[in-house]
Design a protein around this ligand. Structure first.
Ligand SMILES: [Zn+2]
Length: 470
């Protein structure tokens, strides 16, 4: 009996199903910290393995084993075991483009074209209300919303990034944080140079942090000069961090860059020499065939934000063509002021439906491809696919647990169809980031929700007073 178990253990070790590099057994007999057992696991690994009656073993911040639940429970002991019976477990969702503090402007100015919305409404109210305190408040509200809808990593572009980083650290979510560099004075910077210096200080301050990655951002080719884009991209390259920029979001931008530089926005950026694999291009809607080829060849990641693009009538990004060309595409929500939520389940559903209608072809962007964009695809866009985006041994434990005990989640024929076409963000029951439980039974553990809502209500009263008197 012993010999048989021993041979079986050796076989599992060799096959990579389990790993014993979990540190020493503690005096309580534990050799891991947390086990999720008896679950239906959608791994999103290279083979798209789906494991029934599966278990995930977590030690510290990482996944150390994944496989059959009964087998792993026989080998690992943890002080906490989550029974995943009747639960679907999948990688945490990755929001590749947002402006988290803009939650405080949810519903502030709707049903307007992008340039009017941005220049006549958003920029003026930001100039009045974007302070360190309000940025923290907006980021907190965003993070509660994101955790409750299954997002474990977000890629942010805003102002006062250091305040956002502190909220991220406290909440226990993972984020790429970038300071939007733009040609004019903004709430946190009197000049673009000030913004660049601030960004560099943040990069140094947060280097090596387990949850926070500081990147660099230029706002867009129409609002950031060529010199600013080149200088900010050089900073990102110097520290090997992600670089965010909005590109080809509207036809107006396309025409403006075309008439000024005689090139498409993508070809203009290519001429500036800034296209490379650490660039995350938000939107990428108005792309020519040549642009798509360039983006794919340069390894530029596209953050696709279908709901925002529909709401502002910006257009439909050629996502199926970018994927066919070998490009990297992730999903994002963009800021709440143009969406008006941070719900990645909504975004998956919209992406799948929008492209089918747009191409007049129901086979376009099948459900599995869409789940891939929201998980491992998003991780590739952020350059973090060695760490997150799938449930695999050695990766960080960023995991969401979904309660399948709902009418709209029965019956289950295809897990990817279930996730994209039927699941709602409110089905997410618990969330683990970096090995820590940060939401349990829908309670966000590190942020006081009630106090948060009353603070937000007070701020909204101030914003309304400002609107009345303007
Ligand atoms: Zn944006």
């Amino acid at each position: 009996m012993f010999k048989k178990s021993f041979i079986y253990l050796i076989t599992l070790l060799m096959s990579g199903i389990i790993s014993l590099n979990t540190g020493c057994e503690s005096k309580d007999g534990y050799n891991s910290d947390l086990i999720i057992s008896n679950a239906l696991i959608v791994t999103m690994d290279a083979d798209f393995r789906v494991i029934e009656n599966g278990a995930i073993v977590i030690a510290g911040d990482s996944i150390v084993a994944i496989g059959n639940s009964d087998e792993l429970l026989g080998m690992f002991k943890a002080p906490k075991i989550i029974d995943g019976k009747g639960r679907l477990v999948m990688p945490g969702l990755i929001n590749t483009h947002t402006h988290s503090p803009m939650t405080i402007f949810r519903g502030f100015a709707d049903d307007l074209p992008l340039h009017e919305w941005l220049y006549d409404h958003i920029f003026p109210v930001e100039a009045e209300f974007i302070t360190k305190e309000n940025v923290s408040l907006g980021a907190k509200l965003a993070i509660v919303e994101m955790l409750q809808s299954g997002t474990t990593t977000f890629n942010d572009m805003y102002y006062f990034g250091d305040e956002i980083a502190h909220v991220v650290e406290k909440a226990g979510i993972r984020a790429v944080i970038t300071e939007g560099l733009i040609d004019f004075a903004v709430p946190n910077s009197e000049s673009p140079e000030h913004g660049i210096n601030y960004t560099e200080r943040m990069i140094k301050k947060w280097a090596g942090h387990s949850l926070v990655t500081i990147g660099v951002a230029a706002h867009a080719p129409y609002s950031s000069s060529g010199e600013l884009i080149v200088a900010s991209k050089a900073l990102a390259d110097r520290y090997n961090v992600p670089f965010n920029i909005h590109v080809a979001e509207t036809k107006k931008e396309f025409d403006q860059i075309m008439s000024k530089h005689g090139l498409t926005p993508v070809q203009y950026l290519n001429k500036l020499g800034v296209l490379s694999s650490n660039m995350i291009m938000a939107h990428g809607i108005h792309l020519t065939e040549e642009d798509i080829k360039i983006v794919a060849e340069k390894g530029v990641g596209i953050a696709h934000n279908p709901e925002c693009n529909m709401k502002l009538a910006s257009g439909v990004a050629p996502v199926p063509d970018i994927l066919a060309a070998g490009g990297k595409v992730g999903l994002g929500t963009d800021g709440v002021a143009s969406n008006n939520n941070l719900d990645m389940f909504d975004e998956m559903n919209t992406a799948a439906l929008l492209h089918k209608l747009h191409k007049n072809d129901p086979t376009v962007l099948d459900a599995r491809t869409v789940v891939e964009m929201a998980t491992i695809g998003g991780a590739r866009v952020l350059g973090m696919d060695d760490k997150i985006g799938s449930i695999e041994k050695g990766k960080k434990a960023d995991i969401i647990i979904i309660d399948l005990g709902k009418p709209h989640l029965h019956p289950l024929f295809n897990v990817y169809s279930l996730v994209v076409y039927s699941m709602k963000s409110s089905d997410v029951e618990s969330v683990i980031v970096n090995g820590q439980i940060v939401m349990q039974n829908r309670n966000v553990l590190n942020i006081d929700e009630k106090a948060l809502y009353s603070q937000v209500d007070s701020l909204v009263a101030e914003i309304l007073k400002y609107v009345e008197n303007r």
